[in-house]
Ligand binder design. Sequence first.
Ligand SMILES: Cc1cc2nc3c(=O)[nH]c(=O)nc-3n(C[C@H](O)[C@H](O)[C@H](O)COP(=O)(O)O)c2cc1C
Length: 319
Amino acid sequence: MDWTDRHCRAFHRVLSVRARLYTEMVTANAVIFGDRERLLGYSPQEHPIAVQLGGSDPEALAKAAAISAEWGYDEINLNVGCPSDRVQGGNFGACLMRDPALVARCVATMKAAVAIPVTVKCRLGVDEQDPEVALDALADAVLAAGADGLIVHARKAWLEGLSPKENRDIPPLDYDRVHRLKARLPDVPVCLNGGIATLEAGETQLAHVDGVMLGRAAYQQPELLLRVDSVFFGEVDPHPDAFAAVAAFEPYVAAHLAAGGRLHDITRHMLGLFTGRPGARAFRRHLATEGVKPDAGLDVLRAAVDEVRRAEERRSLVA
Ligand SMILES: Cc1cc2nc3c(=O)[nH]c(=O)nc-3n(C[C@H](O)[C@H](O)[C@H](O)COP(=O)(O)O)c2cc1C
């Protein structure tokens, strides 16, 4: 929430043709009563794409799932992991780990409303819950209700006393717990999430689980997505490097500008590109100063990329 949007996904899709992309969490009532184009709109190239719904009212979730399926999403994912106060106030997100029966009813009504897969993203447990018990209870309940797969953020959420940000770092990661879940449920697709910083770390997990989900690493260092298709899917990567990927992304940016959108809407999701390379800071600075101007065009993006090219040339001359 508040980080990714359709432009971020369109950018990530240029970097990997195969990765499955997820929307931020959208509440069921927002889908039912809100501005659907803003909440659910996406570009065709974003497939395969899952929408993540938040809520705990089975009927509302079923309605929102049906609407999302009409919009062409490939998967509905239910959020049982978000720890924010706002979400707890609405009795959804991570606090639902305490109520597997209710989550199961939500899954069952959504399954009855759509033909596409319905999956659940959860934590190991919350607060005083024993992860050995809580995760199995949640998993068994939603699977009995027809859930098609699980994504597990491999740490507990501490609803008492930690902020959402702290809840993404402080409760310790326990990958073994997710491995045990998968071993117990060999026929269920289980995807592991949390703290995976490199593709190699993700690949190692595939010995134990069916998939991995990257959050912050994908956002902060999108360049690593350039090798997802070869490392995880055994296919040819779509672009040899980030320069080629940006060039391939230009038509999307141009179309957004032509439709009256601003460059910054898109380039704000690109600031992490080139991280760790010479020129990365100049790239970010150029986008942060020039890219935010209302009339900024493709030339600004090209000039920012040229900063990296020049820095690399300078370095190779020195070397
Ligand atoms: C700013 C921010 C917003 C997030 N919003 C969502 C969300 O809407 N839905 C969700 O399931 N997870 C959300 N997460 C959690 C991530 O999806 C992920 O589970 C968590 O960051 C751990 O994975 P990572 O270490 O790969 O980032 C968010 C994380 C961050 C940092």
